[in-house]
Design a protein around this ligand. Structure first.
Ligand code: HEM
Length: 371
């Protein structure tokens, strides 16, 4: 599998930055917070580091004009009973997706991203909109997937596409269709726009994370959670090495002093869970082998996974973290009974977060002990 270390592009630039504090990646930034303390400060001090106004700008952060999203909604974490519902739906839908593939195209390899789309979209819709009957929930899930697909080219574009470009129009049409479907369930606390954002964030990111998990477990069959390794550890190891939201941005609201580096107002500061996940300070095990997939490193109960912020931190930390973890743990548990073989080499697609591409695989029942 192509490693993040050799991926190049923006990802390569971030990974090769010296870990000396705040590092300017260009003459006018963006600045990268390379130490855990600084990264946490950036994410947990919204008065100095505001949310970017246009998230699609993360495609070209150097072009930022420094506008922010002050007053942007803070999403409440999902309630435990809603997560339980989302988890149950994921289990049913994952089984259904595998069966549907086996019935309709048994000779074709599975495509991890394609296989995960429906189970994740329906599970997340069930958790975010627990009052919805199944047919309406499934319709919403399909509309979310259509919007997520249409957003792809807008986010991946090197320059923000023109308002009347085909990409922007497709994005608008699919977003409006989703928001129209959400209008009847929106209320004062959660507008249709906020619900749509939550559903899209809660679909696109877990699909990418689930595909990475399958790719890692296929590459490391002996480490697959077949009894010796906890599936939860495999999930954390995936979120450490290939966190789908590998970099996130904030805009300075005033000049700030980042450990001696003065960053002017209106500039972009980046935090990268991918970089922090390779920090000896936060990750147990041999410092020379931090790029290796090794779920067993999390067996020490004194070392807490997640300190590299794969779900962010502060007021914009992920409200769907528990559900995302539940979906991924289900996939890891399922994988423990399978021999997964990748059909071809997987490389890192950086067009939208990070995605494993292609990620096609075949399955055989696992020999030997399984839980
Ligand atoms: C493995 C799965 C997931 C991962 C790795 C993940 C990761 C993240 C990260 C890193 C952020 C913070 C971004 C930032 O600071 O700029 C975030 C925010 C967010 N996530 Fe997740 N997420 C996952 C699953 C979900 C799910 C299942 C939902 C919804 C049910 C969700 C909804 C959101 C929302 C709405 C935000 C924006 C919060 C805000 O701006 O205030 N995520 N997520």
């Amino acid at each position: 599998m192509g490693s993040a270390e050799s991926a190049g592009g923006r990802l390569g630039a971030v990974l090769s930055a010296p870990r000396t504090g705040a590092v300017a990646l260009g003459p006018h930034g963006p600045w990268l917070a390379t130490t855990p303390g600084l990264a946490k400060r950036v994410l947990t001090d919204p008065a100095s580091f505001d949310f970017p106004g246009d998230v699609s700008r993360s495609g070209d952060l150097s072009g930022s004009t420094g506008d922010t999203r002050s007053g942007h909604t803070v999403f409440a974490p999902l309630a435990a009973e809603d997560v339980a519902q989302g988890r149950a739906v994921f289990g049913d839908e994952w089984r259904a997706a595998l069966l549907a593939h086996d019935r309709s195209e048994p000779a074709t390899p599975y495509d991890a991203m394609a296989l995960l789309r429906r189970p994740v979209a329906r599970s997340t819709a069930a958790a975010v909109l627990p009052g919805l009957a199944t047919p309406e929930r499934d319709l919403v899930a399909d509309l979310v997937l259509a919007w997520v697909d249409a957003l792809g080219p807008v986010i991946a574009a090197r320059r923000p596409p023109h308002r009347w470009s085909r990409a922007r129009r497709a994005e608008r049409v699919t977003r409006v269709a989703l928001e129209d479907a959400l209008d009847p369930v929106a209320d004062r606390d959660r507008s249709a726009t906020q619900l749509a954002t939550m559903l899209a964030a809660g679909t696109q990111v877990p699909v990418a994370a689930g595909a990475w998990l399958i790719a890692w477990l296929a590459q490391h069959p002996s480490e697959a959670p077949g009894g010796t390794v906890d599936p939860v550890h495999a999930v954390w190891e995936t979120l450490r090495l290939t966190p789908p939201t590998w970099v996130t941005a904030r805009i300075t609201t005033a000049e700030v002093d980042l450990d001696g580096q003065l960053v002017p107002q209106g500039r972009v500061v980046l935090v990268s869970p991918l970089l922090l996940g390779r920090s000896e300070e936060l990750v147990p095990g041999d410092g020379e082998r931090l790029a290796d997939f090794d779920p067993a490193r999390w067996t020490d109960p004194d070392r807490r996974p997640g300190a590299w912020l794969p779900f962010g931190a502060g007021p914009h930390a992920c409200p769907g973290r528990t559900l995302g973890l539940a979906q991924l743990v289900h996939v890891a548990q399922w994988a423990s009974a399978q021999e997964i073989a990748l059909v071809e080499d997987v490389s890192v697609d950086q067009s939208r977060g990070i995605l494993p591409s292609p990620c096609r695989f075949t399955l055989a029942p696992r020999r030997g002990p399984s839980p």
